[in-house]
Design a protein around this ligand. Structure first.
Ligand code: NAI
Ligand code: MG
Length: 359
């Protein structure tokens, strides 16, 4: 039987609760579709930091390297560890070490979920460049605290970095509805974003079957609200993608649904899958967090591992549960617990399997 080695990092707060729920669902998918998930739980978190003075062991990255994928809950406990420490001590080093350059987030309204828009029929795959651009950290401050202070923060775009994220976007578009939106602000930013436009043009020659539209980021932000159904794959830089994916999460019903994959499409080292939300200290310990974003992230992980049937089974079961609307966590106006939702999804998967076996 095919066995995948998964590093599970629940992290802090509701990260622990939603990953526990997601893992129960993933185990059922493995059981139904004939593969095995061999998990190693790693307690790297803010608690770990309080005990050991670091977010993960010194050889943490080396430990992770041998896994097929990483499933992560959320990291952060601002009352005891500054966010800059927890983020820079765990998540960012993992993204960097394994060159997880594609941050992929699906934005779709599951059946039965009431989003804020009048257009419920959208299905957007946002692809955010995850390693360079505006967040590369190049800059500095001069004459700090004086009236003459100068601060510089330089966005760095490399042809290689831009080309690989666009190429990944084109590959995704080809597998979906064949449309790609390339997001820039090349009217105002005449160096980096013009490079991005030129690379888009060049790469598009290899994908004549994909229809490319170039948008400025402000225009595409409005389009997320006004005509989200006109978008398919959206490729954007680190900063633009960060902002657009928050709009994406909002229109799909909020953080309870926003899932993400941090991929190295070349498969060098493990990719990492995580809900977009944080550790939600306000909610932690009550067992009432919405686990659907974590479940969806688990489904993305199975898809990445090539277990398409298991991935689809989870998503279909989730959608049956949201469509029925009777098992909802408080963020959706219900009273259900995190585990109630996971159990409802598992029950749905069992029903679908029985239907399939008897047909
Ligand atoms: P957050 O995402 O944890 O919470 C924002 C709001 O959304 C809260 O009111 C929370 O209750 C609600 N919420 C989040 N996820 C939910 C879910 N699954 N079900 C129901 N409600 C949910 O963001 P916040 O409060 O800004 O950050 C808390 C901590 O998490 C901080 O330490 C922050 O640095 C960290 N964080 C970690 C992330 C990661 O690990 N990737 C991402 C975002 C924040
Ligand atoms: Mg963000």
């Amino acid at each position: 039987m095919k066995t995948y080695k998964i590093a599970v990092i629940p992290g802090d707060g509701i990260g622990v609760e939603v990953i526990n729920a997601a893992w129960n669902v993933l185990r059922v998918a493995a059981d139904h579709f004939g593969f095995a998930l061999d998990s190693t739980e790693l307690d790297w978190s803010c608690n770990y930091y309080l005990k050991h003075g670091r977010m993960m062991p010194e050889d943490g990255i080396e430990q992770l390297r041998e896994f097929d994928a990483i499933l992560l809950g959320a990291v952060g406990w601002p009352d005891s560890v500054p966010d800059s420490v927890s983020l820079h001590g765990l998540l960012l080093p993992i993204r960097k070490a394994f060159d997880l350059y594609a941050n992929v987030r699906p934005h779709r309204l599951l059946a039965g979920v009431l989003g804020p828009l009048r257009t419920p029929d959208f299905d957007i795959l946002c692809i955010r460049e995850n390693t360079e651009g505006e967040y590369c950290g190049a800059g500095g401050r001069l004459h700090q605290g004086t009236p003459e202070e100068v601060a510089v923060e330089t966005a760095i775009f490399t042809r290689r970095g831009v080309e690989r994220i666009l190429r990944f976007g084109f590959e995704q578009a080809r597998r979906r509805r064949g449309r790609l939106a390339s997001v820039t602000k090349s009217n105002a930013q005449k160096f980096t974003m013009v490079l991005w436009d030129e690379v888009t043009e060049t790469v598009s020659c290899d994908y004549p079957d994909v229809e490319v539209t170039r948008y400025h980021v402000d225009a595409v932000a409005a389009r997320f609200i006004m005509q989200p159904d006109s978008l398919d794959v959206v490729v954007a830089s680190n900063l633009f993608g960060d902002i657009l994916t928050d709009i994406g999460a909002a229109i799909q019903g909020g953080l309870g649904f926003a899932a993400s994959a941090n991929l190295n499409p070349a498969g060098r080292g493990p990719s990492m899958f995580e809900p977009v939300h944080g550790s939600a200290p306000d909610l932690a310990g009550h067992g009432k967090a919405n686990p659907l974003a974590a479940l969806w992230s688990g489904a993305l992980m199975l898809e990445h591992l090539g277990e398409y049937l298991g991935s689809r089974a989870i998503l279909e079961a989730m959608e049956k549960v949201t469509a029925a609307g009777d098992v909802k966590t408080p963020d959706l106006g219900g009273t259900a617990a995190t585990n109630d939702v996971a159990n409802a999804v598992i029950a749905q998967m069992r029903v679908s399997r029985l239907e399939h076996l008897s047909s």
